[in-house]
Ligand binder design. Structure first.
Ligand SMILES: CC(=O)N[C@H]1[C@@H](OP(=O)(O)OP(=O)(O)OC[C@H]2O[C@@H](n3ccc(=O)[nH]c3=O)[C@H](O)[C@@H]2O)O[C@H](CO)[C@@H](O)[C@@H]1O
Ligand SMILES: C=C(OP(=O)(O)O)C(=O)O
Length: 418
């Protein structure tokens, strides 16, 4: 089981480049199932989750080559309809093949994703959407089966603006008969990127990025070339790394428009931030000031940055409150940060963080991807050595994190022997 070892105390300086967005690449790869002909998808991050999605697609009969940030995909001969337990249990986002399979082949059999370390994560909204489009849904033996001869457009109101449900329903609706309206849709930039890819393939989607998405079904989609947007969460993590180490870092390949809530909160902590056409510079001279944060669907503060922000606020002057509204159990990093000397109390969905001048390095354990990132950030600022165990969680979402941080002057390495 691999560990990341961090010796804290170095301020980070220099330039780091962000990769393509995991949360855009995954639905886009799933969406490539819908096309005939070749799609070339570029700026795909080199991540474990991407490799799992490629395995899922290949198991369905997709002709897929992946390497050096590029996937060449041909889905003309897809005949498989099943995403098995062995793959879905590795990555929940595998469930995103359901909409495309249902649209293209009229059938899908997918292992139920189940919960994970951050919450129970039901899929009721995805299924409600498929049913509204005319699919019959059966559940049994840990699998969901959905079937429809041809889906028919409808008006679907999401009780919550779920990212995955919006994407899955959008992908199901692009080949449906007639018009579909998704109301209270999620507005994340990754949904816009997926819609741009599908529209380039010939889909007719309007309103992606707003809470009302209109889809006019078409008969066929054709493969195209597409470049995945930069990862705003990876960018935010390096921004927080600059702030927690009181460094000065230029983060390249970012879209500042996608980072507004993160920029606003970091500015409140006292960071100097300079937005450039394709980059963002974060400089911090003093200890952060305490701030309050509430996670919300986009354009609110992202839940995927909550743990990293908590690491920073653990070292702030004053008391901060973080309210996590998106996932019911996304505070698993708290006990680990406390082992490093952080003073945090949980009250329901709120974490009350009394900033402390210094954290102390300790052996800790990543419980999920962003918890792992938060512990690495805390380790960068802590006195002495921090060992982040179960570091494989970080490989789901951060390509080359150790090399990137080392390039900024961090003393960090990976120990794969244990
Ligand atoms: C691969 C990917 O893009 N993952 C992101 C996606 O996850 P994901 O798409 O799973 O997140 P959702 O937006 O669907 O989930 C948000 C909330 O809605 C609830 N819910 C969701 C679906 C449903 O059918 N019923 C239901 O109750 C979830 O349990 C959760 O409490 O958006 C999350 C919220 O920004 C991010 O943290 C994840 O990084
Ligand atoms: C929660 C995350 O991903 P997933 O939805 O794939 O679990 C994340 O990226 O922080």
């Amino acid at each position: 089981m691999s560990k990341i070892i961090v010796k804290g105390g170095n301020s980070l300086h220099g330039t780091v480049k962000v990769d393509g967005a995991k949360n855009a690449a995954l639905p886009i790869l799933a969406g490539s199932l819908l096309a005939n002909g070749k799609s070339i998808i570029e700026d795909i991050p080199d991540l474990e989750d991407v490799r799992v999605m490629c395995e899922v697609l290949q198991s369905l009969g997709v002709d897929l080559e992946y390497g050096n940030g590029k996937a060449v995909v041909k889905s003309d001969n897809v005949s498989g309809i099943e995403a098995p337990y062995e793959l879905v249990r590795k990555m929940r986002a595998s469930f995103l093949v359901t909409g495309p399979l249902l649209a293209k082949l009229g059938k899908a059999r997918i292992s139920l994703p189940g919960g994970c370390a951050i919450g129970s994560r039901p899929i009721d909204l995805h299924l409600k959407g498929f049913s509204a489009l005319g699919a019959e849904i059966f559940m049994g033996h840990g699998y969901i089966e959905a079937a429809a001869k041809r889906l028919k457009g409808d008006r679907i109101y999401l009780d919550y603006p779920s990212v995955g449900a919006t994407e899955n329903i959008m992908m199901a609706a692009v080949l449906a008969e007639g018009q579909t309206f998704i109301e209270n849709a999620a507005e994340e930039p990754e949904i816009v990127d997926l819609a741009n890819y599908l529209n380039a393939m010939g889909a007719r989607i309007k309103g992606a990025g707003t809470d009302l998405i209109k889809i006019e079904g078409v008969k066929e989609l054709k493969g195209v070339r597409h470049q995945v947007i930069p990862d705003r969460i990876e960018a935010g993590t390096y921004m927080a790394a600059a702030a927690i180490t009181r460094g000065d870092v230029l983060i390249n390949n970012v879209l500042c428009d996608h980072l507004k809530s993160i920029v606003a909160k970091l500015k409140e902590t006292g960071a100097y931030i300079e937005e450039l056409p394709k980059g963002i510079r974060v400089k911090m001279n003093t200890r952060a000031k305490a701030v309050d944060v509430k996670t919300l669907p986009y354009p609110g503060f992202p839940t995927d940055m909550q743990a990293q922000m908590m690491a920073l606020l653990s070292t702030a002057v004053g008391t901060s409150v973080i309210i996590e509204t998106v996932f019911e159990n996304r505070f698993m990093h708290v006990d680990e940060l406390k082992r490093m000397g952080a003073k945090i109390k949980i009250e329901g969905r709120s974490a009350i963080i009394e900033g402390t001048e210094s954290l102390s390095g300790a052996p800790v354990k990543a419980t999920d991807l962003r918890a792992g990132a938060a512990l690495v950030l805390a380790g960068l600022a802590a006195e002495g050595e921090t060992q982040v165990n179960n570091a494989y969680h970080l490989d789901r979402g951060y390509a080359n994190i150790v090399a990137k941080l080392r390039g900024l002057g961090a003393e960090i390495y990976r120990d794969t022997d244990n």
